[in-house]
Write a protein that binds this ligand. Structure first.
Ligand code: GLU
Length: 381
C-alpha cells in the first residue's frame, strides 16, 4: 500500500511549478495568494529537513502583460522579450513569498548547453548544491530570453527532470493543472481512468498522453511523460499532481490524488551506467597492486596508490584506472584535475590534505563514482 503522505520517503525534492498555477489565465497577473500558500508548504517541508529545488515557469506569461503582448502564440523574439521582463517579476515574487519565512532564494537560468555540457553542468550543479548547503532555495527557469529556437527545452517539464537528475533528487514533483495520468485524455474520454502508479513507462503509457495542456503552459502530458523517462532512468521518482488549489504540497502529504512514477533503478546504479555508457574517457590513473586490490574489494582510490597520471582531464571527467599489468580495471569520475592528481600521486592522505586543503575528502575517486569492470558484466544487459 502507498503511504498517505506521498512525500514521506523523499529527502531532496525538485518541484516544478507550471505557468497556469502561478499566473491567472484571464488577467495575466500573478496568483499571489496561491503563491503564499505554496511558500508556506515549502517552508514546512524545509523545516522537516528536506532540501528543495524549484523549477518555476511563468516568466513569459507574466511578461506578456507587462509588455502588453496579447495573442495565443508569440513570435520567438516577442516571447524572449516577454521572458526577459517577466523573469524579474517572477524572481521577485519568489524572493518575497519565501522571504516571509526567512528563506533566501537564488536564481539560476539554464539552457540545454548548460545541462548537457559537462563543464557547465558541473558548475551549475555546484552552485545549486552550495545554495542548498547554505539553506537557500534555488529557483530555476530556462534562460528563455537568450535560448535559440533550436537549442532550448521550451518546456519546463523536461528541464525540471534534468535539474532533478543533476542534483540527484529522490523525487521530482510536477505541479500542474491535472491530478495525474489518465488512461486517455479525460476531457475527451469520459471512460478515462486515473492511474495512481506507473512502475514502468511503456509504449502503452506513452500512448495515454494527449496533446498540449493550454495556451499558457508549453508542456502537455507528453512532455511530462518524457520528463518521467529522464527522471526514472536516473533513479529519481516522479509525481504528477494538481497544484491549482491552495497548499498543493500539503495536500500531497495528506493523501491528495496523484500519479507516482517509480524510479527504474537506484541512483547508484544509474550513475554507474552513466559512467560506463555516456562519458568520453579523458585520461588514466595508473595504480599499484595494493590499490588495485583495494578497488576490487569496493574501496575508494586514494592518491597514495597512484603511480602515474596520463591524459588531460578536469575534476569530474571520466578516467580509466589501470593496474600494474596495464589492464583497465575500473573507470570513474576524477575527484581532482590532471595537475592536482599529478601533484598528490603517491602521497598519504594527511599530506594531500595539507597540500590541497581538502579536509577529509582525500580520495582521488570516490567509490560511488567508480565502476569496477569485472563486476559490471553481469549487470550490463
Ligand atoms: N520557461 C517558460 C516560462 O518561464 C515556461 C515553459 C513552460 O511552460 O513549460 O515562461
Amino acid at each position: 500500500m502507498m503511504s498517505a503522505n506521498a512525500l514521506a520517503l523523499y529527502k531532496r525534492l525538485t518541484i516544478k511549478i507550471g505557468s497556469a498555477l502561478l499566473v491567472d489565465g484571464k488577467t495575466g497577473r500573478l496568483r499571489s495568494e496561491w503563491l503564499r500558500s505554496l511558500a508556506a508548504d515549502l517552508a514546512a517541508l524545509k523545516s522537516e529537513g528536506r532540501s528543495l529545488v524549484i523549477v518555476s515557469s511563468g516568466a513569459i506569461a507574466l511578461g506578456r502583460r507587462l509588455l502588453g503582448l496579447d495573442g495565443i502564440s508569440l513570435p520567438l523574439e516577442q516571447s524572449q522579450a516577454a521572458a526577459s521582463a517577466g523573469q524579474i517579476a517572477l524572481s521577485q515574487a519568489w524572493a518575497e513569498s519565501l522571504g516571509e519565512h526567512g528563506i533566501v532564494t537564488g536564481q539560476i537560468l539554464l539552457t540545454p548547453n548548460i545541462t548537457e555540457e559537462r563543464r557547465y553542468f558541473l558548475n551549475a550543479r555546484t552552485t545549486i548544491t552550495t545554495l542548498l548547503g547554505l539553506g537557500a532555495i534555488p529557483i530555476i527557469n530556462e534562460n528563455d530570453s537568450v535560448a535559440t529556437a533550436e537549442i532550448r527545452y521550451g518546456d519546463n517539464d523536461r528541464l525540471s527532470a534534468r535539474v532533478a537528475t543533476m542534483v540527484e533528487a529522490d523525487c521530482l514533483v510536477l505541479l500542474s493543472d491535472v491530478d495525474g495520468l489518465y488512461s486517455a485524455p479525460p476531457e475527451k474520454d469520459p471512460r478515462a481512468v486515473h492511474l495512481a502508479l506507473v512502475p514502468t513507462i511503456t509504449a502503452e503509457i506513452e500512448a495515454m498522453a494527449g496533446g498540449a495542456a493550454n495556451h499558457l503552459s508549453r508542456g502537455g502530458m507528453q512532455t511530462k511523460i518524457e520528463a518521467g523517462r529522464i527522471a526514472t532512468q536516473a533513479g529519481t521518482a516522479m509525481i504528477i499532481a494538481r497544484g491549482t488549489d491552495s497548499h498543493p504540497l500539503k495536500a500531497l502529504t495528506e493523501g491528495a490524488r496523484h500519479t507516482l512514477f517509480t524510479a527504474a533503478q537506484s541512483r547508484a546504479q544509474a550513475r554507474k551506467r552513466w559512467i560506463m555508457g555516456t562519458l568520453e574517457v579523458a585520461g588514466s590513473l595508473h595504480v599499484d597492486a595494493g590499490a588495485a586490490r583495494a578497488l576490487l574489494s569496493g574501496k575508494s582510490l586514494l592518491p597514495i596508490g597512484v603511480t602515474g597520471v596520463t591524459g588531460d582531464f578536469v575534476r569530474g571527467d571520466a578516467v580509466r584506472i589501470v593496474d600494474p599489468e596495464g589492464r583497465e580495471i575500473a573507470r570513474g569520475l576524477a575527484g581532482l584535475g590532471r595537475e592536482d592528481a599529478d601533484l598528490v600521486k603517491g602521497k598519504n592522505s594527511a599530506r594531500v590534505a595539507e597540500m590541497l586543503g581538502l579536509g577529509s575528502r582525500a580520495e582521488l575517486i570516490h567509490r560511488d563514482n567508480m565502476v569496477v569492470l569485472a563486476g559490471l558484466e553481469d549487470k550490463a544487459t
